[in-house]
Unconditional design. Sequence first.
Length: 387
Amino acid sequence: MKLISKRIYLDYNATAPLADTVQQWLASGALPFGNPSSVHSTGKKSKKLVNDTSAYLKSVFGLQSHALFYHSGATEGINNIVKGFCFQMLREKSEFHFVSFSTDHSCVFAQKEHVELLGGSFHLLGVDKDGHYNKDSVIKYINELSGSVLINFTLVNNETGVVWKLSDIESIKDQTEAKIHVDAVQLIGKTDCSFELSSSIDFYTFSGHKFGAMKGVGFTFANEASSSLFPLITGGGQQGNLRSGTENTLGIYSLKLALKEVLKNYQPEVLKFEKEFLEKSIQEKYGSRVHVVAVNAKRNYNTIYLIVSDVKIDIMLTAFDMAQIDVSSGSACSSGTVKASRVLLSMGYSEEEAKNSIRISLPYNTEKGQAKSYFAKIETVFDRFIL
């Protein structure tokens, strides 16, 4: 415990520690164990926690008219939407397309094989150097496709922190007949509009562990027109047959507890200021040796993505670890081996540049002045490799 308490954890885009309220609830031992589908009182206690959480989530995000279902996390949720769409089109014997972007998470990119195996077409659209797409080009591209179309948009990129405007996504929805899924995994506690969602979008997917809930639980909103989607997991018909299986009551209720804590403590203007202070401090000291990715784009308030030139990034990451600073290189899902970031390659960076990336992601409850102490620790590592 002593070692952990000394560490500086700056990898919040990978996962967040359990919220204090979640830890306290779990430690209390007063935990529901009944099956929410059971008709007896023990089961009804669990069912009430599930229902209370659902009502709370719909209220917070302003999506009362959407269906809501829980799953094991964003990877399952996205698989459910994409494959469910494919199965639905197969059942209707319709031509179908799935459209993804080159900067999407690997669980989106990995749908290609299955979409094509099921008879659909997979389309990968590019982005510019700042990680943005051209809205008019996307609309034109979609409208030239025949058949049904599902598009995935990543609202906040997990590597770069680039934010895509929800209003642009709404405009694409209005000007095409496509169904739209929004990957909102990195939204909560990291932008200026964490809880403002549009009811016109078909699907939104979240993952609990990104904002302090338990691992192994996430949730997806589906609008009324899309809630008849063919389910990926079938069985007892729980959750309106959108996702069968006994609900994870503990995980589900932890979503409510963690989100309430974010709402109570999140100060976006403080987080934005501290992130910009840290980023500017790094730029001013190390100059051209450190490049900030997507510096001209609208980015979230917690992510600094750097390309460090002329270093062995795996050794540098080890040095950070030994200095008790937790940072990452690109997406945590591909960590363990240092390889070129697919996201950076798609943004036009070279193979060497795409290998030499470091991501710093701050907690949503960063306090005033904290970035100064972060920089003091970070520069002890940077100085060894750059100066």
